[in-house]
Design a protein around this ligand. Structure first.
Ligand SMILES: Nc1ncnc2c1ncn2[C@@H]1O[C@H](COP(=O)(O)OP(=O)(O)O)[C@@H](O)[C@H]1O
Ligand SMILES: [Mg+2]
Length: 319
């Protein structure tokens, strides 16, 4: 349903996309996972016909997005980072206007708006101006607006960034429902847990390139699965902590200064946790925390690119 072939986009000297190819089957959820500035929004806007690529080809539902943008627009719904809804209008008015843009009759636009308000649990707020909505309600009305045309293909650009965990979860449930109904979904996110929750298949994007692709499980396996993390009670003990993790882990430990911890990939979580506990005890090294967790996006990036996600917009300072 979605196909990108070697898509390149340059803005002057800025190489936003450096040759992206991907394809998404009907009914599939494809997650594009990557940090700020990786090129996610640029790709989504190109696929949605809003931006022209410098080179490469995009097909949506088999139709060339740049030769026949109107036909592609009829197939897709897009909910972006910059909300498309008008603050000064009510939720219902916003949805009705979208319906009118699709050239539905006044009655049909009204019917669809009511349906969507109901699904998005916004019926009670339907007649309030959108500017009075909470962050979660705004995302829901924005998602709702993308559904008015009952699109076969939905593109969601960071649908939950900045939301609190509960509100995120509500939105995930809504997205699950849409997928259950057969919608093909391209989703971008900065969060591994979100990609994990929603995507059937993932592409990890960095500096305008897809650097890894697979199911969430495949990627996690490849990334070394679980990670053992330790925070010394005294920040001066980082290097000693690193040495302990090097001896009990199954890979190269690294120091995450921001989170004040050291982490290392482990093959057997329990065995490594016990060995680390014993070793810290033996060395009388006091800890603030010791735990095993799934890889964070930082870890994913470190494993694939050998550098931290935050550094990825800079040029090769790290090996
Ligand atoms: N209109 C534009 N003009 C110039 N540079 C742009 C423009 N849009 C995006 N970029 C640059 O392209 C790169 C990718 O941006 P973007 O696609 O927004 O990334 P993401 O959505 O993953 O955060 C960034 O370096 C960004 O600054
Ligand atoms: Mg973006």
């Amino acid at each position: 349903m979605i196909q990108a072939e070697d898509v390149v986009k340059h803005y002057g000297d800025v190489h936003a996309l450096n040759g992206i190819s991907l394809s998404v089957d009907r009914g599939e959820v494809y997650g594009l996972l990557g940090p700020n500035g990786a090129g996610k929004t640029t790709l989504v806007r190109i696929l949605a016909t809003l931006v022209k690529p410098s080179s490469g080809r995009c097909l949506v539902g088999g139709i060339d997005a740049h030769q026949n943008p109107m036909a592609v627009r009829a197939l897709i719904g897009l909910a972006g980072q910059s909300a498309a809804v008008d603050d000064l209008l009510t939720g219902r008015e916003n949805l009705e206007i979208v319906g009118r843009l699709y050239q539905f009759s006044r009655a049909e636009a009204r019917r669809r708006a009511d349906d969507i308000l109901e699904r998005m649990s916004l019926t009670d707020a339907a007649d309030r101006q959108v500017r009075t909505y909470s962050g979660g309600m705004r995302r829901r009305i924005d998602l709702g607006a993308s559904l008015v045309g009952r699109p076969e293909v939905l593109m969601l650009d960071e649908p939950t960034t900045g939301l609190d965990p509960r509100t995120r979860n509500d939105l995930w449930q809504l997205i699950h429902q849409l997928v259950d109904e057969g919608t093909t979904l391209l989703l971008t996110t900065q969060y591994l847990d979100e990609a994990d929750e929603l995507a059937h298949r993932l592409g990890v994007i960095d500096q305008g390139k897809i650097i890894a692709e697979g199911t969430p499980d495949e990627l996690k396996e490849r990334l070394g699965g679980d990670r053992l993390q330790a925070s010394p009670a005294n920040p001066a003990d980082m290097e000693r902590t690193k040495a302990v993790l090097a001896s009990v882990g199954d890979g190269e430990p690294y120091i995450d200064e921001r989170r004040q911890l050291v982490s290392v990939p482990v093959a057997d979580r329990i065995k490594s946790l016990l060995a680390a506990g014993q070793s810290f005890e033996d060395q009388d090294l006091a800890l603030r925390d010791l735990s095993v967790s799934r890889p964070s996006l930082d870890d994913v990036f470190l494993a694939i690119t050998g550098k931290k996600a935050e550094d990825s917009s800079g040029e090769g300072e790290t090996a």
